[in-house]
Design a protein around this ligand. Structure first.
Ligand code: NAD
Length: 250
């Protein structure tokens, strides 16, 4: 493993599980100091202990908590060089426009979209002072295409993440801050397993549409995040980065 992230400070939300956990491991293996943020104390702390980083328990929908988590990262390690805004929840059951209630809709927007707004809002001032930074926001392939399964609130939230990332990437490019949206295809994580446990046929319907014929492993997504975080992607910003087994191209 290279040391592309040597000395960089990375804040990862949703670091206790799935894509966030795999990325915490990958970032640490490339030399970063990792701040693991999660609402779930047990898994978040375990992740931080494993990668020798700092655990912060925070609900990313809470503005004070988000402001404080970046301040704590700066107070502890001196900077915030990478913000991987990744925490998210799966769609509510039967996430159709005809059945999704307003409260369920709002909850998904809060956790998947408003959290990214808050994380960018409070990470960017630190990066402006540093004159550099890389922000990676987790959207999804459903932000760029209709899915074979109805998931209206989830897709809308991820579309918002994509548009916001593009907008911020353009706005802050001249200040050395890059902002990219990561769009994973279906990834073998607890989030996906939970969805498929409720509706086993959904897995088969999804699989049919993936040219590579399988779901991604979290490590494959983490490799892409590390690329976006590092200087290897120095000419990329306001970008939609698809890591989806070809599903959106088929
Ligand atoms: P996961 O459920 O394995 O992990 C999500 C983590 O986020 C959990 O540790 C959870 O505790 C944390 N979290 C949830 N709400 C939080 C909150 N309010 N504050 C702080 N932490 C919170 O999920 P995953 O599959 O690794 O998904 C990570 C991201 O990738 C999500 O944004 C998801 O929408 C997106 N994504 C996942 C897939 C997939 O197939 N798994 C595909 C595309 C996009």
């Amino acid at each position: 493993m290279t040391n592309r992230l040597d000395g960089r400070v990375a804040v990862i939300t949703g670091a206790g599980s799935g894509i966030g956990l795999a990325t915490a491991r990958r970032f640490a293996s490339e030399g970063a100091k990792v701040v693991c943020v999660d609402l779930d104390e047990a898994s978040g702390k375990a992740a931080a202990d494993e990668v020798g980083g700092l655990f912060i328990k925070a609900d990313v929908t809470n503005e004070d908590a988000v402001r404080e988590m970046y301040q704590t990262a700066v107070d502890t390690y001196g900077s915030v060089d990478i913000a991987f805004n990744n925490a998210g929840i799966s769609p509510p059951d039967d996430d159709s426009i005809l059945t999704t209630g307003l409260e369920a809709w709002k909850r998904v927007q809060d956790v998947n979209l408003t959290s990214v707004y808050l994380c960018c809002k409070y990470a960017i001032p630190h990066m402006q002072r540093q004159g550099k930074g890389s922000i990676i926001n987790t959207a999804s392939f459903v932000a760029v295409m209709g899915a074979a399964t109805s998931q209206i609130s989830y897709s809308a939230s991820k579309g918002g993440v994509l548009a916001m990332s593009r907008e911020l990437g353009v706005q802050f490019a001249r200040e050395g801050i890059r902002v990219n949206a990561l769009c994973p295809g279906p990834v073998n994580t607890p989030l996906l397993q939970e969805l498929f446990a409720k509706d086993p046929e959904r897995a088969a319907r999804r699989l049919v549409h993936i040219p590579l014929g399988r779901f991604a492993e979290p490590t494959e997504i983490a490799a892409a995040v590390a690329f976006l975080a590092s200087d290897d992607s120095s000419f990329m910003t306001a970008n939609t980065f698809l890591v989806d087994g070809g599903i959106s191209g088929a």
